[in-house]
Design a protein around this ligand. Sequence first.
Ligand SMILES: [Cu+2]
Length: 129
Amino acid sequence: MKATIGAIAVAIVIIGGAILLVGSESTTTNNEPANNVSIVDGTQIIAIDVKGGYKPRKSVATSGLPTVIQFITNGTYDCSIAVRIPSLSIAKNLPPVGSTRIDIGTPKIGTLRGVCAMGMYSFEIEFGA
Ligand SMILES: [Cu+2]
């Protein structure tokens, strides 16, 4: 009987720990901006996952660097594959699966907004100094 209670207590601690881990993980994924910006050979790459919207919704990047947005689709069949960046007159239909780079030149300080063709999903990239 004592052994059973002990086993139950251990199980509760393990389950509790697992819930805490899952909880903290979802907190960090919700904590935007995410770490999705890298610089490779002088080109700034902003990676955005496309599926039922754009993730992260908000990116923070650096102005004054040659920049591409890398849109990553993976079984994406919703309208977020039809991406638009109105201020740059960019309209691109992404493949359902793949990695598509869009050159956005050398951004100035400010916020760039993108939307799906229907305007229901959006993302923004803040270019700082
Ligand atoms: Cu849409």
